[in-house]
Write a protein that binds this ligand. Structure first.
Ligand code: BES
Ligand code: MN
Ligand code: ZN
Length: 502
């Protein structure tokens, strides 16, 4: 495995000179003052002239790169427009990301970031955004030339009180979010020949145990004994063993069984479709069919790194869906851990089969305050919401609202979708308790969610996020560029922080 290396991040007071690139925030149409004015003076007005030539007035989202501003000044100065209104936390993350993108491969090894208010909290958010955009999965690129590699390895936020307790905390919180975000992205990028179920489990163990997370594996032998027939059926055609990983973070008093909250992830390390084989074109994308499990693992890393005061259980079901002489066939009937029987009419609708057993186990074992599951569950989700928002399904309006708010604040957008009896009944089967695909053609994401709901016990608060469209970006996204997005680590961390700590 080839984990991406995280740039070093720090806060510091404003130095006399900058051995690297310097990025500054600029308020729209406000006369330049402070450090920016001093720099411009030192440049003999070169910075001002570059801004004018670039028609840069500090508009939100606009960037002006100033090269060679003058003797003794940084060779690369990045002006980053912040608009007129005071920026949100998300705006600051995004501005930092843009700054990094502008100089990532410039040759500079350090990026200094100076917010106009020289405030530590602002600086930390800019640094965080820059570090997010800095993610590169290029460990397998053995022939990359130096100039193609990212040169920036150190990101320094400049502010007035860099050694205050508040500044330390700002940086530590950002570092915690980054740690989990990076892990989730690494896991999604690793190819399926490397990251098979057991390798995933071992990676999670190696990442989380040193942070104080208790990690236990539920292996095939135990699952057979206990009756996880739905999950085991999916992994049956693979030479790789299926495994469920339980991660326990006991950050609040009373241990993990005291009011835990629970996150469940679909971890299909590769989804060929099984005997209901997928077409060849684009099948390689199905290496990230474990994006839900990656998000849960990353979230646990973030919570543990920042020592969240909450009891949290992460559960991921890791399998490989392969066609084989021993693979599950269309028409097979399996008995799930809940005792309900399922007629498997399409072996490519496997994510729900995995989650059915993991969700049931979560409830029986932990009686959680709520469960949020994450899954790259349906292609229909892409038809409905494209690659911009995840589908959110929930039996609880308050939980749904909390997730929605956290998602808006972090830019990991969700959109509420319906559940309902009229959809649910399309899963009825004449030969078993239910079928694993709907009898109708439409609303595939909704019927998939209804399938999961059949494994949710009475009064259990639950939300399901179908992240099929958002775990991977084909077109660059502002904070993460292309490739794995790390979706939901930051928003669910915020959910926990805002409502379930203390
Ligand atoms: N992992 C896929 C869903 C998916 C497809 C995610 C494309 C991301 C991009 C899932 O296991 C699947 O194959 N779902 C089927 C369900 C169908 C057989 C009812 C689908 O969406 O086609
Ligand atoms: Mn599938
Ligand atoms: Zn799948």
């Amino acid at each position: 495995m080839t984990p991406a290396s995280m740039p070093s991040i720090s806060l510091s007071s404003v130095p006399e000179s900058f051995p690297g690139a310097l990025a500054l925030t600029v308020v729209e149409d406000k006369p330049w003052s402070g450090r920016l004015a001093t720099l411009d003076e030192a440049s003999g007005g070169a910075i001002r002239r570059a801004a004018e030539a670039g028609r840069f007035r500090g508009e939100k989202g606009k960037i002006q790169l100033v090269l060679g501003a003058g003797e003794g000044l940084p060779a690369r100065i990045v002006l980053c427009g912040m608009g007129k209104e005071s920026p949100s936390l998300l705006d600051l993350n995004r501005a930092g990301a843009q700054m990094l993108a502008t100089v990532a491969t410039s040759g500079d090894e350090s990026l200094y970031i100076l917010p106009h208010d020289a405030n530590a909290a602002t600086a930390a958010l800019l640094v965080e955004g820059a570090a997010m955009r800095s993610y590169r999965f290029d460990g397998y690129r053995t022939r990359l030339k130096d100039e193609q590699r990212q040169s920036v390895t150190s990101i320094v936020g400049l502010c007035d009180n860099p050694s205050s307790a508040a500044a330390d905390d700002n940086l530590a919180q950002a570092a915690g979010r980054l740690a989990g975000h990076y892990l989730a992205r690494d896991l999604k990028h690793e190819p399926a020949n490397v990251l098979h179920p057991m390798a995933f489990a071992e990676r999670v163990r190696a990442e989380l145990e040193p942070l104080g997370v208790e990690v236990t594996l539920i292996d095939e032998a135990r699952m057979k004994k206990e009756g996880w027939g739905s999950l085991l059926g999916v992994g049956q055609g693979s030479i790789r063993d299926s495994v469920v990983v339980a991660m326990h973070w006991k950050g609040a008093s009373g241990g993990v069984h005291k009011d835990p909250i629970c996150f469940v992830g679909k971890g299909v390390c590769f989804d060929t479709g099984g005997i209901s084989l997928k077409p060849a074109g684009g099948m390689e994308d199905m290496k990230w069919d474990m994006g839900g499990a990656a998000a849960v693992s990353g979230l646990m890393k973030t919570l543990a790194t920042r020592k969240a005061k909450a009891n949290v259980v992460g559960l991921i079901g890791l399998v490989e869906n392969m066609p084989d002489g021993n693979a599950q066939r269309p028409g097979d009937i399996v008995t799930s851990l809940s005792g309900q029987t399922i007629q498997v009419l399409n072996t490519d609708a496997e994510g729900r089969l995995v989650l059915a057993d993991v969700l049931w186990h979560a409830q029986e074992q932990y009686r959680p305050r709520f469960i949020v599951d994450l899954a790259t569950l349906t292609g229909a989700m892409l038809v409905a919401l494209g690659m911009e928002k995840a589908g959110l399904f929930s039996n609880d309006d308050e939980l749904a609202a909390q997730i929605h708010d956290a998602s808006e604040a972090t830019g990991e957008y969700v959109w509420r979708m319906p559940l309902g009896e009229e959809y649910n009944k399309m899963l009825d089967s004449k030969e078993a308790d239910m079928r694993n695909i709907s009898a109708g053609r439409w609303g595939g994401s909704i019927t998939a969610a209804c399938f999961l709901e059949r494994f949710i016990q009475k009064d259990q608060k639950w939300a399901h996020m179908d992240v099929a469209g958002v775990v991977w970006a084909d077109k660059a996204k502002p904070m993460v560029g292309t490739g794995a997005t790390g979706f939901a680590v930051r928003s669910l961390n915020k959910l926990v922080q805002d409502h379930y700590e203390g």
